[in-house]
Design a protein around this ligand. Structure first.
Ligand code: SAM
Length: 296
């Protein structure tokens, strides 16, 4: 029988050994693509800037490839896994790593503020480090950001196109409401592009590692965050339409006549498209709509 302790999990052979030993079968519906490349793991871990004073929150540890590396670089690791079949495997693979806590649960349902308080008390900072399940990448990231958790960095492997949208600047076709939301909360940095060949099983798409450094405060002055984000969503509602046309639907027919002068008073040409507006322009627009009593 193959051993499951003491060796790096992230190699094709070790991963297959562990899978065979436990008779594990992959669930596509849970986004189970396990990383089998140590170099990529090292890039992820080094981007997170961990040391023994820091905590790492991992989402979806799988069979522990990344968890094992995090345990060696962070003071404490908490790994949240939804699939109960993986819990005994993780306990076995990570036996002896006494700074690791495995939590069985759905990351979208957990009280993460409470988890962070309980698991990382006394440490100087906490970062999320994960190879995310692709079917829920955006809900997971929006939960991490909207709950304003005390995080330093979020270093995650995600689908390449989604990473490019998060880091996109105004003017290009990748820039949209996800770019604005991520850049409102964080400074994004693309760490590396990852080919689909470094996973078992191989996904259909390439991936990227992105590092989000969580801002202490937003880069723009927003009077009401909900109004701001509704304005952004509304501006991108139909990408081929002008800002004026998209916003007419948002503010309602009764405000239509006041919309073009309001946009002009913000220094924004009503014939522009949402994808050309900077964060600062969206903030200015949302403040002006609010002041004029118009919905965002
Ligand atoms: C892409 S795999 C990554 C596995 C491992 N970290 C690696 O790099 O090899 C995603 C993992 O997330 C788990 N997962 C999926 N949905 C989840 C959820 N809502 N909460 C917690 N874990 C989840 C899957 O079971 C799987 O283990």
């Amino acid at each position: 029988m193959s051993r499951t302790d003491g060796f790096d999990v992230a190699s094709p052979r070790r991963t297959r050994d562990i899978i065979d030993k436990y008779g594990f079968s992959f669930k596509k519906s849970l986004g189970q693509n396990f990383l089998i490349d140590q170099n990529i793991l090292h890039k992820i871990v080094s981007a997170a800037g961990l040391d023994e004073t820091k905590g790492a929150l991992e989402i979806g540890p799988g069979i522990g490839a990344l968890t094992q590396q995090l345990a060696q670089h962070a003071g404490r690791v908490t790994a949240v896994e939804i699939d109960n079949r993986l819990i005994p495997i993780l306990r076995d693979v990570l036996a002896g790593q006494d700074n690791v806590h495995i939590e069985h649960g759905d990351i979208l349902k957990l009280d993460l503020g409470d988890l962070i308080k309980r698991q990382f008390a006394g440490l100087s900072g906490v970062s999320v480090v994960a190879n995310l399940p692709y079917y829920v990448t955006t809900p997971i990231l929006m939960k991490l950001l909207e709950e304003k958790l005390p995080l330093e960095h979020i270093v995650v492997m995600i689908q390449k196109e989604v990473a490019e949208r998060m880091a996109a600047k105004p003017g290009g076709k990748e820039y949209g409401s996800l770019s604005v939301a991520v850049q409102y909360y964080c400074e994004p940095e693309l760490v590396c592009i990852v080919p689909h060949t470094v996973f078992i099983p191989q996904p259909n798409v390439d991936s990227a590692v992105i590092k989000l450094t969580v801002r202490k405060r937003p880069p723009v002055d927003v009077a009401d965050e909900n109004h701001f984000f509704r304005t952004v969503q509304g501006s991108f509602a139909q990408r081929r339409k002008t800002l004026y046309n998209n916003l007419t639907a948002l503010v309602g027919k009764e405000n239509r006549d006041r919309l073009a002068p309001l946009l002009e008073s913000c220094g924004i040409d009503p014939t522009r498209r949402g994808e050309t507006l900077s964060l600062e322009e969206f903030a200015r627009l949302s403040r002006a709509l609010l002041e004029a009593g118009m919905p965002g």
